[in-house]
Write a protein that binds this ligand. Structure first.
Ligand SMILES: [Fe+2]
Ligand SMILES: [Fe+2]
Length: 201
């Protein structure tokens, strides 16, 4: 049921309830791990931990849907065919989850919505909150891929450095498999690396 726009302090409880109602098994465990990590990183980098947790609770809320269900819902919620075609199937659930958060849960905070949208790919103009959720999604404690523990245990000096490290790993994996790379991931990479270079000079 559609709700009216919420005050920010109400976001977290709505998001938690939504996640616990709709997710189960490993996806719920991953989501809880992501929330925990996002709160920890948000506090460490001086960000709003409730907002980070809200985005983390909702980031994969539609991931269990089939691609057909995701596509149908995106069309119903007004995503144009051109926009839909610009997203890779594996990451489109971020955009759908953000649309559900906005339209169905009344969450209208742009930082929270961007953090949900861009949690897999990153994007240009990524906020610090989005970086926290992007990082948490990849290194939270239930992740078991090779080097997950090493990535989790590192002391990242800045959020940008953590995103660069993780995005590099994602891009290398995709390029190794000759997979198509979402343009938002490339835009994110270029922007962060350019900024890092400018700081070095
Ligand atoms: Fe995801
Ligand atoms: Fe996730």
């Amino acid at each position: 049921m559609r709700q009216k726009a919420l005050a920010s302090q109400e976001y977290l409880e709505v998001a938690r309830r939504c996640a616990e109602e709709h997710l189960k098994g490993r996806l719920l465990e991953h989501t809880r791990g992501c929330v925990e990590m996002a709160q920890k990183l948000a506090r460490r980098f001086g960000l709003d931990a409730d907002k980070a947790a809200t985005a983390a609770y909702l980031h994969d809320i539609t991931k269990a849907f089939s691609l057909e269900q995701q596509t149908a819902l995106l069309q119903k919620l007004g995503m144009s065919p051109a926009e839909l075609a610009s997203h890779l199937p594996a990451v489109v659930h971020g955009w759908l989850s953000a649309l559900i958060a906005k339209r169905e849960l009344g969450i209208d905070d742009p930082e929270v919505l961007q953090a949900i949208e861009a949690h897999s790919t990153g994007c240009a103009g990524m906020s610090d909150l989005s970086k926290v959720v992007f990082i948490s999604d990849f290194i939270e404690h239930t992740r078991r891929f090779p080097k997950a523990a090493e990535l989790r245990g590192r002391e990242y000096p800045t959020l940008d450095e953590a995103v660069i490290t993780i995005l590099r790993r994602k891009l290398e994996y995709l390029l190794e498999g000759r997979a198509i790379v979402d343009r938002r991931a490339i835009e994110c990479w270029n922007e962060l690396v350019e900024r890092a270079r400018q700081k070095e000079t």
